[in-house]
Ligand binder design. Structure first.
Ligand code: SF4
Length: 384
């Protein structure tokens, strides 16, 4: 699951995302924003339960949204394709691919429009959403002052045996939504003042995201999109996203295919992941921010350090520096902790040590990567 290790320092512990049922308003920022936007519903939880009602409020959200974003001149990539009619074509093409699914490199070949049977991601025609809210625990360029507007999808095309959010990624906690509801979620996040719409674990639901985006963009969505992925993405699907996604945020989890197979039950991860990251960088380039340091466009990579160097950090930082860009914005993540089946899989049955993390950061710096996520870099500086 992408962003499983939602980059630390969140209001919940160790980067784990909030309760599996959708809960809005879990922080002071969110509560304040939500109280401003509460409509006829009694409360936030009730409003969320009635997401169908929210979907009928697309127009209300869009009016407010346009006011919020009119203050700067940023135009997200997808608007050009909306105007040309290409966005609609991409939705059709993506949905066609659900009929013998090759949306991700698993290439299951099943007809997801009929059922989820045989799909490794266990997702049928409708996306399953676990939660949708402003998030203040993501990387600083995504959070800014208004938060990152996360939409967490249930299920995943990876089966990481140590997933911190396994109830969502492996057990599927969430609720099926129609594209209209997805659109309403995007517009609501914009109305709440989020800086972006951050699709978490989007790989297996790209068609559904595009369908929701078409509706939301027609109704006034103007935020950049963040594609927050575990990094097992096919080039064919990334081509569908070219000119639509503004910010790619892939994990680069492993440098060794056998390790990936053992711990995430996936074949050929490093080759597929590295090809995907290069294509993402080709599409959007290095991370670009506005004057306030808020991300507008580009690539942001996450790498989770695992015990006993299992992730292959030396090879990964070398790949990023030599084959992508030394200006790659990189979050070297330290928040691994044993979850799900990790207790039965040593050495994943322990947290990483401060030495292991410091070594990973040093390796990144020595490779020439100097745009490291600041929170982590500061910690390392303190340790030294
Ligand atoms: S998106 Fe799901 S069904 Fe389609 S190829 Fe990937 S795992 Fe299989």
């Amino acid at each position: 699951m992408c962003s499983v290790f939602v980059s630390g320092l969140s209001d919940s512990s160790a980067g784990r995302i909030g309760p599996a049922v959708p809960v809005y308003g879990s922080s002071a920022h969110e509560a304040k924003a939500l109280s401003d936007w509460r409509t006829e519903e009694d409360g936030n939880t009730e409003a969320l339960r009635n997401m169908r009602t929210l979907s009928q409020c697309v127009q209300c959200f869009s009016v407010a949204s346009v006011i919020l974003v009119a203050m700067n001149n940023f135009e997200p990539a997808y608007l050009k394709l909306l105007r040309s009619g290409e966005l609609k074509e991409r939705v059709k093409e993506a949905y066609n691919r659900l009929e013998a699914c090759d949306v991700c490199p698993r290439e299951c070949g099943v007809n997801r429009r009929e059922s989820a049977k045989g799909a490794v991601c266990r997702t049928g025609e409708r996306a399953v959403v676990s939660s949708c809210n402003p998030h203040f625990g993501e990387e600083a360029p995504l959070v800014g002052r208004g938060g990152s507007g996360t939409i967490f999808f249930a299920w995943c095309n990876l089966h990481c045996q140590y997933c911190q959010n396994y109830e969502i990624s492996q057990l599927g906690q969430g609720r099926e939504v129609e594209p209209e509801e997805l659109a309403a979620m995007m517009l609501r996040l914009q109305a709440l003042g989020c800086h972006n719409v951050n699709f978490v674990s989007p790989t297996h639901v790209v068609p559904q995201i595009l369908a929701g985006l078409l509706i939301a963009a027609e109704a006034g969505l103007r935020l950049p999109l963040v594609y927050n992925t575990g990094g097992y993405d096919s080039l064919k699907t990334l081509a569908l996203l070219d000119g639509i996604v503004d910010i790619y945020m892939p994990d680069v989890k492993y440098a060794d295919a056998d390790v990936a197979l053992r711990y995430s039950k996936v074949k050929n991860y490093p080759a597929i992941n590295q090809a995907a990251v290069k294509e993402m960088h080709r599409q959007v380039g290095d991370l670009v921010m506005d004057k306030q340091g808020v991300a507008l466009r580009g690539l942001l990579v996450r790498h989770l350090v695992l015990p006993e160097r299992l992730a292959g950090t030396p090879e990964i930082v070398r790949f990023l520096a030599q084959e992508v860009s030394t200006n790659t914005y990189l979050n070297v993540m330290d928040q691994f902790r044993p979850c799900y089946k990790a207790h039965e899989l040593p050495p994943l049955n322990r947290r990483i040590t401060s030495e292991e993390y410091a070594e990973a950061v040093s390796l990144a710096q020595d490779a020439g990567l100097d745009r490291l996520d600041e929170r982590r870099a500061r910690l390392i500086w303190l340790w030294r």
